[in-house]
Design a protein. Structure first.
Length: 154
């Protein structure tokens, strides 16, 4: 599968301290093992992979061509928190877990960073136990929390 990213997406990826090659690795891994969430309304795909203790996410769409398919990267982001078990699944979401084909829910999951565990909002699949963090949470809330933990430990 070919993977395409606009110059603007590449710039955002770089500003977030990520490598385009890592984002491509996330997509290839997700497509190869079907470990991803798919927005049933838009077809948008959310995939993740832990690379060097950082969870890297790719937000993309797949366009199926006559001879070949390709992925269009919309965005990429990351966080350093370790995602643990699902605490609860509170309300339905637009996401479907592609791995087990079950509906994913908005809920909370255990998140650990620098030895401290807290529950945080996430998209969760109660059937297979997978957990994803959406971009607005990772780039704002989790990034702020990681910064606070780092200051307290310093």
């Amino acid at each position: 599968m070919d993977i395409k990213a606009s110059d603007q997406v590449k710039e955002t990826v770089a500003k977030r301290g990520l490598k385009v090659d890592d984002v491509m690795d996330v997509i290839k891994t997700a497509e190869g093992g079907n470990k991803k969430a798919v927005d049933k309304n838009t077809g948008k795909i959310l995939a993740k992979k832990v690379i060097n203790n950082v969870t890297v996410y790719a937000d993309y769409n797949v366009e199926k061509g006559i001879l070949k398919s390709h992925a269009n990267v919309n965005s990429a982001y990351s966080h350093r928190m370790t995602l643990g078990k699902i605490v609860n699944a509170t309300e339905p979401s637009n996401w479907t877990c592609a791995h087990c084909n079950a509906p994913a829910f908005l809920g909370t999951a255990e998140m650990t960073y620098m030895g401290v565990s807290r529950n945080g909002p996430a998209v969760v699949c109660p059937k297979c136990g997978d957990v994803w963090v959406e971009e607005y949470l990772a780039t704002k809330t989790l990034a702020a929390a990681e910064g606070l933990f780092e200051k307290k430990k310093a």
